[in-house]
Write a protein that binds this ligand. Sequence first.
Ligand code: CP
Length: 309
Amino acid sequence: MPELPYKNILHTKQFSREDLETIFETARDMEKIISWEKPGKLLEGKIMASLFYEPSTRTRLSFESAMKRLGWEVITVSDGETSSLSKGESLEDNALINSMYSDILVIRHPEAGSAEKTAEAVDVPVINAGDGTNQHPTQALLDVYTIFKEKKTLDNLHIAIVGDLKYGRTTHSLVFLMGLFENVSFSFISPDELPMPEKVIDFVKEKNIPYTETSIYKEGITDADILYVTRMQKERFTDMSEYERLKDDFILTLDILKTAKKDVSIMHPLPRVNEVDHEVDALPNAAFFRQAWNGVPIRMALLYLLLKD
Ligand code: CP
């Protein structure tokens, strides 16, 4: 029976290639449970606390769907205003109480490091579902699972990442995870104001991973096997006039794609605002909705691996 050698999922730097093989093999089994069209009973009786102090559609609902597919129960905070955090309770006290009512905590919170802080306060496993501008590890796992399903390999890939790289936590997590594979290279394409953070650039430099940085869309995507598009993270801007100035600058159209390889896989963690034109959706290599679906088997696999006895 496959095992993961840790209790929490807090960031993507914790994973080895072997861990990914374990998670992906389990996710493939979970896809079979989904296709049976009946709930699994693998961990009947377990309860997940779904603690979302920032908005979410895909992450929260795919975690909750994953739990129900496994035959488990869910308790939910879907809005920070309905939690006693809004009365001034500390994250640690709040987490401790939630851990008394459940077997695992899944937390999204605006503060970088909040998942780690939560994990230190409780005895049950904790999964980071996005901590501010820092990381979104389960998104990166489903992204890499999608890359493997689309390309049949995780080695020898050139990945172009576009958009708000400063605040886009999914891009940080993805680079750390793809750094595990052979002969991977990156193009980071963003406005000058929103470059990939130093911690990510330091990582690729330390690992001698080839990368380029550019603000010219067509220049960055020519060699890409994967084009990973992200939105401008409006909620992170302190100056809304800067957001308004930048929000229409990086829009993927069929015209932009003329400079890319024909079989480039187009991905996006979603939600999309305006950065992928709807005319792109019909392309067979537009993978972003398949990517979102992959969130369920990946999260089923993680919950199962962390909670099975
Ligand atoms: N990709 C993602 O994290 O989407 P949500 O914000 O809808 O969860």
